[in-house]
Structures are given as C-alpha cells and as structure tokens.
Design a protein around this ligand. Structure first.
Ligand code: ZN
Length: 301
C-alpha cells in the first residue's frame, strides 16, 4: 500500500511540474519583427485589455500604454532612440497619443520626445514645472511650439482616463528639488484589479513621501534604472508587487541595476524583468490576469 501511495504521489508531482513548465515557458513562434518573442505566462484573450510595454531603449526609459486604441507614452528614451521609437510606433499604426509624459527633464527620459512631438498628434503633454538649459530640453520646447502644443503641469492626485484604465498622479516635483530626479512625475495606472506604478527616477526621499494608500501595485517599474538611490525594502513592502521591471542598458557606466536592489527584489520573491536581458517587455492584462511577452525590438539607438 505504501509503495502505491508513493507512486501516486510521484505521478502527481510530475503532472504539477509539467503544468507549471507549460505555463511558465510556453514559447510562441517568432516573427521577423519579434524575434525571441516568448509568452511567459498564460495568454490573455479578452478584447478589453490594457497593454503596457516597457520598450528597450538601453540606459533610459520609454513605456507605452494602450487600452481600446487610446495610447499614452511615458518618456521617450535618449536622443538617438527618438527616430527608432517613431518607426516602432508608426509600424504599430499609432497616429495619436492621448497623453505623452516626460517624467523629468533628463536626456534619458525626454531625449526622443522632440521626435515624438513632431511625428504624432498629442492631446495632452505633461512635464513637471522645471526648466533646464540643455539642448535636449530646448529641442522639446521648440517641437512643442512648432506643433502648437502646450506644456501641461499635472497636480498631485489628478486622475484621468486612458480608455477604461485610470491614471493617477501620485507626485510631481518642483524646481525646489535639488536633485532633478526628484522632480519625476510618479504615476499609477489601474485597470480593474491590476495596477502599474511608474516612478521615473525618483529617489527614496520621494518614495517615502507618497501616500501609502496609493502604493500597492501589481507591477513596479523599478525607480531610477535599479539604482540603490531608490527602491528600499520598506517601500517595496508597501508596493508589494508581483512583478518588477528594470529599464536599464547593458554594461552601463552607473553599474545599474545595483546589487542592493536586485537582492531586495530576490529576497521578496518578486519576479523581475530587465530590458538589458529580456529586451522589450510587454504586459497584457484583462484586469485580473497578466500575460507577459519579452521580445527583441529595434528601439535602442
Ligand atoms: Zn533615468
């Protein structure tokens, strides 16, 4: 009897491992554009879905969000990524953005925004109320002027809709911040039960100042490319994400992501994706489940 029981237990374990493997590593056929595309979890088939794509732009940020044909772009990589992002979006048939957000005026976030402004219709363009004297920043202002688009400054706790998804502004820095990173616009995007927290390059100082009730999120875009200036363990415990995404360049000069952050994520069993290792990371949700695809895209200038 005992032997039989052991045998049945072994078979059951094998079946569970088999199912786990199927769902975790189910590869789909690569196309020419999406080499290495993999489905990392069960596919989401609902028509009403929020797609969030963390685009591989090297040591920089660029995040595309879409629901029911409404598009939002948060940051546009470095200057040299601009033309590549324009092609990438045009290939997807994108013509208009409901919202474009420059989280803060550093080149690795606003570098490609002038190209985006020149090539697409933009309903609302958000940046913090901070002025810098760089050519990159002036290029953005010139492009806005050329297209007659005004620069809107969001307020903390503003909310707006992206189709059926809602976007809440959790923080906007001012010129009083000594560190430009701490002027980053922090956004939470929610679609039914699934939410994404995008913190730009904001440091622990800003993370600590956010309203605690807003923090819990399914996915955290790890702050400042995985720098140890952000993402301390207390903050991570409050966000309590299932997934983390680090937007970071291969062999970057800052040694991002820092080991402290990677260790904290690992210690808390948070599944972590990195653009330097996984390429472009696409998350598709029906508001309950999340399908995750990673793929190589020609978006890193
Ligand atoms: Zn940055």
């Amino acid at each position: 009897m005992r032997k039989k029981k052991k045998f049945i237990t072994s078979i059951l374990i094998l079946i569970v491992i088999g199912i786990f493997y199927l769902f975790e590593n189910y590869p789909i056929e690569g196309t020419e554009e999406n080499l290495n595309k993999r489905v990392e979890s069960a596919p989401v088939t609902a028509e009403n879905r929020l797609e969030v794509t963390f685009i591989d732009v090297g040591q920089a940020d660029s995040i595309l969000l879409e629901n029911n044909g409404n598009y939002m772009l948060v940051d546009a990589g470095n200057n040299e990524d601009g033309p590549k992002l324009v092609s990438y979006f045009k290939n997807q048939g994108i013509k208009d953005f409901s919202y474009v957000v420059g989280t803060h005026p550093h080149e690795d976030h606003i570098g490609g925004l002038d190209d985006i402004i020149k090539n697409f219709n933009i309903e609302t363009f958000y940046m913090p109320d901070v002025i810098t004297t760089t050519k990159t920043f002036e290029d953005v202002l010139d492009a806005l002027e050329e297209k007659n688009i005004s620069l809107s400054i969001p307020n903390k706790n503003d909310t707006f809709s992206l189709g059926d998804a809602s976007v809440k502004v959790l923080y906007v820095g001012t010129e009083e911040e000594s560190d430009l990173n701490d002027t980053s616009i922090v956004l939470k995007i929610s679609f039914e039960n699934v939410s994404f927290l995008l913190t730009g390059d904001a440091s622990t100082k800003v993370e600590d100042s956010l309203d605690r009730k807003d923090l819990e999120s399914t996915v955290l875009k790890v702050g400042h490319h995985g720098s140890s200036t952000a993402t301390n363990e207390d903050f991570l415990n409050l966000v309590n994400p299932q997934y983390a995404v680090i937007s970071v360049g291969k062999n970057n000069q800052y040694n991002h992501p820092h080991n402290e952050v990677l260790n904290t994520l690992a210690k808390n069993n948070i599944t972590t994706y990195r653009t330097d290792e996984d390429g472009t990371i696409q998350m598709i949700t029906d508001g309950v489940n999340i399908e995750i695809n990673t793929m190589t895209t020609d978006t890193n200038g």
